[in-house]
Ligand binder design. Sequence first.
Ligand code: ACO
Length: 432
Amino acid sequence: MADGTTKTAKLTIDGKDYDLPVYSPTAGPDVIDIRKLYAQAGVFTYDPGFTSTASCDSTITYIDGGKGELLHRGYPIDQLAEKSHYLEVCYLLLYGELPSAAQLEDFENRVTRHTMLHEQMMYLFRGYRRDAHPMAIMVGVVGALSAFYHDSTDISDPWQREVASIRMIAKMPTIAANAFKYTLGQPFVYPRNDLDYASNFLRMCFAVPAEDYEVNPILSRAMDRIFTLHADHEQNASTSTVRLASSSGANPFACVAAGIACLWGPAHGGANQACLEMLQEIGTVDRIPEYIARAKDKDDPFRLMGFGHRVYKNFDPRAKVMKQSADEVLDLLGIEDNPTLQVAKELEKAALEDPYFADKKLFPNVDFYSGIILEAMGFPTSMFTPIFALSRTVGWISQWKEMIGDPQLKIGRPRQLYMGSTLRDYVDMENR
Ligand code: ACO
C-alpha cells in the first residue's frame, strides 16, 4: 500500500469537511482512500459495476486503457507474446520476475509432474450428461479438486498454497481436455510429460487411441500464444470473483471454480464463443451493414460481440497479436479465403469507420479473433471459454496468492444503497 502520501482530497458533506488520503500509484490515476469514510462521516460511496473503485492494491498487471497498453510485472504483452511462452509468463505472474534458465526448468518440471488427475475423478466426468457444456463440467470438476487434494487446501500454509497453485496450472488442461473428450464420447487421453504445455493440451484434445497424433508445431505455438494472451487481466470480473471468494478464507480450488463460473458469462469469457457464432451468423460480407445497424439500435439488445471493453478505450493490445496469429494460422494451415475471417476483417473495418463506435471508443477486444484461430484448430465453439479459463487460471492464482499474503486482508463485504421498504409489520395470509 502506498503509505506516506502527502496529497489529500477534500469532501464536504452538509458543510463539514473531510480530508481523505490520496495515493499515487507507480502508474495510472491517483486513488482516494475512503476506507475510514463511513466511520468518520457515516456515509457510503456508491459505485455499482466498480467503474471508479480500486478494490485492492496489486503489483501484478497494469492496463492503460487509453493507450491500449497491457503490462505483466511491467513487461508489455506484445513482447511477451512474441519472445516468451506461457509457462515463463506463468512464472513471471506468480513470482514477480522473469526466471533464470534453472528456475524455469524447475518450474516447468514441477508443472509437468502434476498434470494427471486422481483416477477417481474420471467418475465425476462420467456423471455429467453427454451434452453438458464443458464450462459446466469445469466449474464442477475444479471445485471438486478440493475433495481430492486435502493436503493443499490450508491457505495459512505457504507450502500448501504453492502446491495448490502448481496443481491448478498443471491440471487445468487435463480437466478442459477431458470435458471436451467426454462431450465427444471419446476416451480420455492421459497427459504426456515429454510434451510442452500447449502440445500436451492439443494432444489430449485431439489424439485417439486408434492412431498416433502428431502435434503440429505451428498450432502448438498458436495455442501457447492464446494461453499467454489470456493469462491475466488485472481486476476483471472473474478475478474479482476469485478475490472476493477467497477473502472469506475459502480453499483455492473452490475460489477458482467461482472464477470459472463468472468467466462463463457472455459479457466476459463467454464472448469468444458468442463472437464466433455471431460472425458465422452474419456469414457474408454483404450482411455486415444490417448487423452494424442492429448494434447501434437502442431498441435492439444485439451487441457486436468481441467489441468494446470496460477498460480499453483504444485497441485491446491482445487483439492486435490475435489478428496477426489468425492470419498466420490460417495461412500455414492452407485455409485460404476463410469466410469467417473475411467477415471479421470487414466488420472490424466497418465498425471502426462508423461514428457510433468511434464516439463510444468501442474497439475489437481479445475475443474478436481468438475464435477464428480456435475453430481452425478444430475446436467447437463450446471449448472456447474453457480454453480461456485454463489460460486465466494462473492470473486468478497469482492474484489470490498476492491477496492471501497481504497482512491487511479483510473479508470483502460491499455496502448498498437500500431503496426497499422501510420497517413494516408482517401481514397475515388472510389479510393480503
Ligand atoms: N456493441 C454495440 N454497442 C456497445 C457495445 C457493443 N459491443 N459495447 C458497448 N456498447 C455501447 C453501449 O450500448 C453503451 O451505449 P450508451 O452509452 O449509448 O448506453 C456504451 O457503448 C457503453 O457500454 P457499457 O455496456 O455501459 O460499457 P461497459 O464498460 O459496462 O461494458 C462490455 C463493457 C461488457 C465488454 C461491453 O462493451 C460488451 O457487452 N461488449 C460485447 C461483449 C464482449 O465482447 N465482451 C468481452 C469483453 S473482453 C473479455 O472479457 C475478455
